[in-house]
Design a binder for this molecule. Structure first.
Ligand SMILES: Nc1ncnc2c1ncn2[C@@H]1O[C@H](COP(=O)(O)OP(=O)(O)OP(=O)(O)O)[C@@H](O)[C@H]1O
Ligand SMILES: [Mg+2]
Length: 361
């Protein structure tokens, strides 16, 4: 295993498409970083740059103390599971897993040992003699992962490795893969569309948008303190609520004004927020729903109620704003009825309306 370092990495396709734009990222030795972002934002391209499958238009790539920028893929000691997992259909599962090891000219006994170990870890040890063409999509995907972890690599790159598994298997595979990678201690970059996967698996999450890295932080920090409106909306389900707001001095306690009402904001220094066009960001679970009016509450009317078992997800309208709110599982306000909201002032994340970036406050 080894540290991975991207330095000002840039990759263009043709004249117009900047797939990776000035990416700086250090993945520590043994760290598990999850790369997330919308389709087309450059995730696969960034992995391919590290693997040596793309020539950079700028910047450098390091693995440990080796500058690998101009090394061919086979000299980089990287194992990669592709989005379109390339499992050879004419080879048996065992031979598929052994493929990388044979390329590395390992001893037969060592190959056998490592294939057995990887297959066992991924619960495909009973399939070793089957041809890969005779496997389900999910099994094939696990063969691809087994082949990658069997190989002696410093760095493991995985591009949506679980996308073909059904929900239950995916849940199980997710936990297993996390344990596996921890056991191997191999430096890993893992691409996913699935934000639950991102939040639950990574030591850190790297959020990409339009070829750029927008935020790299621990899952909780990304969830609680998104760097901008894009990250708050992209990470978490439901997305963070964002509504237009202003903050005024008031007499005594400062006041937050939304289109549907106002409430006090007990902070000492409103200077970073005053006289500025703001977006108030708040997660659904940080808004409390009450049935009766009261102090510091905002009136809203119920648009939709979705029972989710552990809680009820309400869509409510207050003024011109629509909010998603997590209410207790025993609260069933009828459609169009009024409810009163308490927005937890401590959990508000303020964003600048123009730059769309978080305001330190
Ligand atoms: N070989 C190529 N030639 C031209 N453009 C490309 C090529 N490969 C990728 N692109 C473009 O580069 C951008 C980034 O693509 P990339 O495959 O890295 O996205 P991604 O984040 O992996 O998306 P997805 O989540 O859909 O897999 C896209 O606009 C894509 O169309
Ligand atoms: Mg991709």
């Amino acid at each position: 295993m080894a540290e991975v370092r991207f330095e000002h990495v840039r990759k263009k396709f043709g004249r117009d498409v900047v797939a990776v734009d000035d990416v700086d990222l250090t993945v520590e030795e043994g760290e598990f970083v999850v790369l997330v972002g919308p389709s087309g934002c450059g995730k696969t391209t960034l992995l391919r740059c590290l693997a040596g499958l793309e020539q950079l238009n700028g910047g450098r790539v390091w693995i440990g103390d080796r500058d690998v920028t101009s090394l061919p893929p086979r000299s980089r000691r990287i194992a990669m599971v592709f989005q379109s997992y390339a499992v050879f259909p004419h080879l048996k599962v065992g031979d598929n897993i052994a493929f990388g090891l044979r390329m590395q000219k390992e001893q037969d006994a060592e190959i056998k040992r490592r294939v057995a170990q990887a297959a066992e870890m991924l619960h495909i040890d009973h399939l070793l003699d089957r041809y890969s063409a005779q496997l389900s999509g999910g099994q094939r995907q696990r063969v691809a992962v087994a082949r990658a972890i069997a190989t002696k690599a410093d760095v493991l790159l995985m591009d949506e490795p679980l996308s073909n598994l059904d929900a239950l298997l995916r849940l199980e595979a997710r936990a297993e893969l996390k344990r596996l990678v921890q056991e191997l201690g191999v430096t890993t970059i893992y691409v996913t569309h699935d934000q639950i996967e991102a939040l639950s698996m990574g030591d850190r999450i790297a959020v990409m948008d339009g070829g750029r890295l927008v935020q790299v932080d621990s899952p909780l920090t990304v969830y609680d303190h998104p760097a901008d409106i894009f990250v708050g909306s992209f990470i978490g389900n439901p997305p963070m609520n964002f509504v237009e707001a202003t903050v005024e001095a008031g007499d005594g306690t400062p006041v937050v004004r939304l289109s549907g009402g106002s409430f006090p904001l007990p902070i000492d220094d409103i200077r970073p927020l005053a006289e500025r066009e703001l977006m108030l960001g708040i997660r659904a679970e940080n808004i409390e729903v009450r049935k009766e009016p009261g102090e510091a509450l905002i009136r809203a009317s119920v648009v939709v109620l979705e029972p989710l078992g552990s809680h009820n997800l309400l869509t409510v309208k207050t003024g011109n704003d629509v909010l998603k709110v997590a209410a207790r599982a025993d609260l069933f306000p009828p459609r169009d009825s009024d409810v009163w909201l308490r927005i937890d002032p401590e959990r508000i994340r303020w964003m600048d309306r123009q730059s769309r970036e978080a305001i330190a406050s």
